[in-house]
Write a protein that binds this ligand. Structure first.
Ligand code: FAD
Length: 476
């Protein structure tokens, strides 16, 4: 099949594909106000890939009164050109993602239109900067309305002028009202980046999290210790080596480093689409195993660090404590202390709604997995028990019914959904299945709340489709 010659040709294809698949076209929501102020049907907080994907899915369902906000400047959303230190994405280059399976909107179509089919075929992995450029293009041609430079704060309950529940969101641009809110706020969306308390207690000049801003030039000639053996830990080790660190030592808890990628295993339709419908015991068992394995590092990631002679990987040697001594970080391990000039923790995130400003008005009443499911002792895991226990619409559920019923209108789309839905929020491989599902959860709630209005609409419905021949109508 001939491929578009230029990006402009491709954009014409996109417009045609969107028009050809626009059914059902009918608008079905009516604008609301609250105290005279307009109310959005949906406010999406976060314009990274999840926010864009769910925004696109909602637009397809004619939720047009929609806004996506992001605190980052245009082009700086998400990790890709900010704190991600890898060269390439881990995801396979031909996966569908925010395009929601619209061929002309896929990464491959965008890449081939600019660089040609042969270039795409020869490319092994997608460079992260190209993925960022693609997301910006996607958002423009898919028509997802994004306002940058706006930070969301506390969410609370409100009412529309016709008595429906809605939400009020404090933002840096003033309060915003919306019937539904999606939190697509990324890795820290329901918690924070995490490092062991004893490392966090070291002076800031001696330690950082792998996703922090780090002055790598200042590590030239220094000894750097990295904790963790996931992709981010290796990426940070590699950047320190490339910046001229004298030695980089990576400490891995396991005696056998993780060389498989469980996210590869789970990338099939059954798992991605249906895990959330399965009993808690199975959801817990699968996700505890997968999240317990952590995301392994890729061969390129490993090679990038390992090609340096001054790189050492210490296996089976976790840090058990740390102290600052003589301007250095002394890291304690069962096999003796290790002194470094700087320590970097590639230790991911922990869920804790109490730390999230948007959830300040309800964090204490958000149901977590620990409130709803007791795993068998051999499967117990305190870290995973802190994940929110979400309803089928990907919305928060109450721990104590009736105290904050409005949280049912806050939907989550991000890594925090992992225990309830599988990898549905955080990774590209699940997005074409998960974004429409989150959108469906939103449209379901909007539809349900509008039932009386829709019933009145139907009763008043009088658009004739047939012109009767009055002359041949015989009234008995
Ligand atoms: C280093 C790294 C590499 C990764 N590589 C891959 C990969 O190769 N393949 C893969 O499938 N997954 C990968 N992931 C996992 C996942 O795909 C990414 O984390 C991805 O960015 C998740 O998208 P998101 O939209 O949930 O979050 P993000 O892309 O982080 O977007 C969240 C957005 O929310 C905004 N925001 C947050 N709070 C607020 C607020 N209060 N108000 C306004 N805006 C707010 C942020 O500015 C941000 O732009 C990687 C993750 C990391 C950290």
């Amino acid at each position: 099949m001939p491929i578009p010659r230029t990006l402009l040709d491709l954009e014409a294809d996109v417009a045609r594909d969107l028009a050809l698949t626009a059914h059902p076209r009918a608008p079905w929501l009516v604008p609301k106000t609250s105290g005279g102020t307009p109310v959005l049907d949906c406010l999406v907080i976060g314009g990274g890939q999840c926010g864009l994907a769910v925004g696109f899915a909602l637009k397809r369902d004619r939720v047009d009164n929609l806004l996506v906000i992001d605190r980052a400047a245009h082009g700086r959303e998400g990790p890709w050109v900010t704190y991600a230190r890898m060269h390439n994405l881990r995801s396979l280059k031909d996966q569908t993602g925010p395009d929601l399976k619209t061929p002309s909107l896929t990464y491959q179509a965008w890449h081939e239109a600019q660089f040609g089919q042969a270039h795409f075929a020869a490319m092994r992995w997608i460079p992260k900067e190209l993925w960022n450029d693609y997301l910006l293009w996607f958002r423009r041609v898919a028509g997802v309305p994004v306002r940058n430079g706006v930070t969301a704060g506390r969410i609370g309950p409100a009412r529309t002028d016709d008595g429906l529940p809605c939400l009020s969101v404090e933002t840096s641009a003033g309060p915003m009202l919306a019937r539904k809110v999606v939190m697509a706020t990324g890795q820290e969306g329901v918690g924070r980046t995490w490092m062991p308390e004893f490392v966090a207690a070291l002076p800031k000049a001696l330690r950082a999290h792998a996703w922090d801003e780090i002055d790598f030039a200042a590590l030239r000639g220094k000894v750097v210790a990295v904790l963790g053996a996931g992709a981010s830990a290796f990426d940070n080790a590699a950047v320190a080596l490339e910046a001229g660190a004298a030695e980089v030592h990576l400490f891995c808890r396991r005696a056998d480093p993780m060389v498989v990628q469980p996210y590869r295993w789970l990338t099939f339709a059954g798992f991605l689409r249906h895990l959330h419908e399965m009993p808690d015991a199975w959801r817990w068992r699968f996700m505890a195993k997968i999240l317990g394995m952590r995301e392994g590092f890729a061969q390129d990631t490993y090679d990038r660090a390992n090609r340096f002679a001054n790189f050492t990987m210490h296996i089976g040697r976790p840090w058990t404590g740390a102290r600052a001594e003589g301007g250095r970080a002394v890291l304690e391990t069962a096999r003796g202390d290790f002194a470094a000039d700087f320590a970097i923790c590639g230790t991911g995130v922990r869920m804790d709604p109490a730390l999230v400003p948007e959830l300040a008005g309800c964090a204490d009443n958000i149901a977590l997995w620990r409130d709803r499911y007791d795993p068998p002792p051999e499967e117990a895991n305190e870290r995973l028990a802190m994940f929110p226990y979400l309803g089928p619409e990907s919305a928060f559920l109450e721990k104590r019914a009736g105290e904050t019923p409005w949280i049912r209108d806050i939907h989550l789309f991000g890594i925090g959904t992992s225990m309830s839905f599988g990898p549905a929020g955080s990774s590209i491989n699940a997005m074409s299945i998960s974004a429409p599902r989150v959108a469906a959860g939103i449209t379901r709630g909007l539809f349900e709340a509008d039932l009386p209005r829709l019933w009145a609409d139907l009763e008043a419905y009088a658009v004739p489709q047939v012109v009767l021949d009055e002359a041949k109508l015989a009234a008995e």
